[in-house]
Design a protein around this ligand. Structure first.
Ligand code: ZN
Length: 310
């Protein structure tokens, strides 16, 4: 049985997203894939009732796992470029090497995907992290003989995340490039950091306001022949980060996540996000949502549903 909230070909629920682009006013947004991680539902959502996934089988891959894509969101505006999260990096762990709540965890595609998008990593002026877990900071830790992969970007993250785990996660040579930000700070033209604690103590989400007179709507469905979606010429796009990991959580924010550091705060952040996301003229980007990363949250009675955009 198909989940009514996700009316797309079923294969898109069990594969990581291809590169997908969206033009919103003066902004071009591109999902830059890096890899994937398999989430074992019973481990990822501890306390899940035995019947909870009935009717959601279309979200499970042949191993019985949810498939979370890993990657980043490239935001290009005039002569500026922002990348929100940097994937896992060029490495792979088998299921037996990860964690009982996980299966395979692999990255490595981001460099080629950036090149395909016509973007040299040295031309990215701002890298913003939602938080500092491995699958979000991967390429920021990479360096070759010519220096760090992101040769000149400043690194933005929530002040709390920087204070609690920044120095131990990011290599010392990058510390002088870190720009901690607080709730409501504009970190790139039109992009604001919002604190969304729970998954980590200093987890952030981001809000892109692409409003403004004369904004020209347009879309560009990328990857695997996907049809273009439709988008308004003005409004907001919310970047969820790890407030949400699966489209199933849009209807079930009450499901606890094993890796959330503070489950009460995480539930509050999911609730706030879904409420904000269901406002008019609001689109969302949820980088872990298999191949349905761009979408809208709609109110449905007491709950919410996810409608992919492309
Ligand atoms: Zn993550």
């Amino acid at each position: 049985m198909r989940s009514p909230s996700v009316p797309v070909p079923p294969e898109r629920l069990t594969r990581p997203s291809a590169p997908r682009s969206l033009v919103l006013g003066e902004y071009r947004l591109t999902h830059i894939p890096d890899g994937l991680v398999q989430l074992r539902p019973a481990g990822w959502f501890p306390g899940l009732g035995t019947d909870a996934l009935l009717g959601h089988e279309d979200h499970l891959d042949p191993d019985g796992c949810l498939v979370a894509g890993i990657g980043g969101l490239l935001v290009e505006y005039r002569n500026r470029a922002l990348l929100i999260d940097t994937g896992y990096g060029p490495r792979r762990l088998t299921a037996s090497q990860t964690h009982p709540a996980l299966g395979v965890l692999e990255g490595g595609g981001l460099a080629a995907a950036l090149a395909e998008a016509g973007r040299d990593p040295a031309s990215i002026d701002t890298v913003a992290f939602t938080h500092l877990h491995d699958d979000h900071v991967g390429w920021a830790l990479c360096a070759g003989s010519e220096g760090p992969f992101f040769a000149r970007a400043s690194f933005v993250l929530a002040d709390t995340e920087w204070r609690t785990s920044g120095r131990s996660t990011l290599p010392a040579p990058l510390h002088s490039r870190v720009t901690p930000a607080s709730d409501g700070d504009e970190i790139f033209p039109g992009v604001t950091l919002r604190e969304a604690p729970g998954h980590t103590g200093g987890h952030a989400r981001y809000v892109l306001d692409f409003g403004g007179a004369g904004a020209a709507p347009g879309t560009d469905g990328g990857g695997q022949g996907a049809p273009a979606g439709t988008a308004p010429g003005r409004g907001r796009l919310l970047v969820a980060g790890d407030v949400l990991h699966s489209p199933l959580q849009v209807a079930h924010p009450e499901w606890d996540v094993f890796f959330d550091a503070d489950r009460e705060s995480a539930l509050r952040s999911r609730t706030v996000f879904l409420e904000d996301a269901s406002a008019p003229d609001t689109l969302c980007y949820a980088g872990h949502f298999a191949d349905v990363v761009f979408g809208r949250v709609r109110k449905d009675g007491e709950g919410h549903t996810w409608t992919p955009l492309h």
